[in-house]
Design a protein around this ligand. Structure first.
Ligand code: 6PG
Length: 228
């Protein structure tokens, strides 16, 4: 069941998202022990991550941080200390400030020369982590996503082969992670596939800014055909 919440500004958006994420994590860790969370990259979630990490705010003490296992929905083809790295952004805003065991932080290795290798490695990382957590369904407990002006989520861009009906029966269809060439950005990206994204038990999409209005409107009111 989808729920649309409109916040007055970015501050309230982040507070609302912090409340929702905290409640989801509390419910998950109390009912399932571990919580497997996929973080989004981009700039929008930085404020949310800082909210969750803030020791003076209400959210951080409510979350059972040592029970969290952290993953990413996508990563740029850059080293982990690169300004464009989604891992670096989350590390600076959140992970450096909360007690999640390092071995429970599973980043995509964007530094590998071949993005395909990074995707294949992360496919195995996910399989190992979900098996260790005793999860047969390979579904993240909480999936955070942003939205691009063109409507993309993670690094699944309009027209992506990941969205093509041609993938039916294609090896990609069974994949949870893929390397995609983002021609408009002239770079490779590593991303969860649509299946791995949509399998999540709870998905929270965080969007702000007038530039995203058309993408959001189209997502809510537009045709279900992802290619339109
Ligand atoms: C990324 C993200 C991407 C992002 C959107 C929105 O690696 O950039 O995963 O999907 O969420 O592009 O980005 P902003 O929050 O910066 O607008």
């Amino acid at each position: 069941m989808a729920r649309l919440t409109v916040a007055a500004d970015e501050e309230r958006l982040s507070d609302t998202a912090a409340d929702r994420v905290t409640t989801l994590l509390q419910q998950t860790t109390s009912s399932r022990g571990a919580a497997l969370v996929s973080l989004t990259g981009g700039s929008t979630p930085r404020r949310l991550y800082a909210r969750l990490a803030d020791a003076s705010a209400a959210w951080r003490p409510r979350i059972q941080w040592p029970q969290l296992h952290v993953f990413w929905g996508d990563e740029r083809h850059v080293p982990p200390d690169h300004p464009e790295s989604n891992y670096r952004m989350a590390k600076e805003a959140l992970l450096d400030h909360v007690p999640i065991p390092r071995e429970q932080v599973h980043r995509m290795r964007g530094e590998l020369a071949d993005a395909q290798d990074a995707a294949a490695e992360y496919e195995q990382t996910l399989a190992d982590a979900f098996r260790s957590a005793g999860r047969e369904d390979r579904a993240f407990d909480v999936m955070l996503l942003g939205v691009g002006e063109d409507g993309h989520i993670a690094s699944i861009f309009p027209g992506s082969e990941l969205l093509s009906d041609d993938t039916v029966g294609h090896p990609l269809l069974s994949r949870r992670v893929a390397a995609v060439w983002a021609s408009h950005l002239n770079t490779w990206r590593i991303t969860l596939t649509p299946a791995a994204t949509l399998d999540a038990h709870a998905i929270l999409v965080l969007v702000s800014g007038a530039r995203k209005a058309d993408a959001v409107k189209n997502a809510i009111e537009g045709p279900l055909d992802v290619n339109q």
